[in-house]
Design a protein. Structure first.
Length: 89
């Protein structure tokens, strides 16, 4: 997912489901997604020089994302992938 609106996956970050999960944990959707990919075994690199963003990304490790939450995000991503496939057809 990418938070830039014109890029594939952007809809995942602004989806109602991801927004609700982010609110549940008191983080931004971007931080929630950062934590999600960590749970997949990926070490995300963000390239930010913004100290606040670096701090948010480090604190993402503290988000106690459940398997159910991960499944919700999986579903949102699958839906976004289907939208991209339909648009590019």
């Amino acid at each position: 997912a990418n938070s830039k609106r014109c890029r594939p996956g952007a809809g995942a970050l602004i989806s109602e489901e991801v927004t609700k999960l982010a609110e549940k944990y008191g983080v931004t959707p971007q931080v929630l997604f950062f934590r999600y990919v960590m749970g997949l075994g990926v070490v995300p690199l963000n390239g930010t020089c913004n100290e606040r963003h670096m701090d948010e990304d480090i604190r993402a490790r503290m988000v106690p994302l459940t398997q159910e939450d991960g499944a919700t995000i999986d579903g949102v991503l699958a839906h976004c992938e289907n939208e991209v496939s339909v648009e590019s057809s």
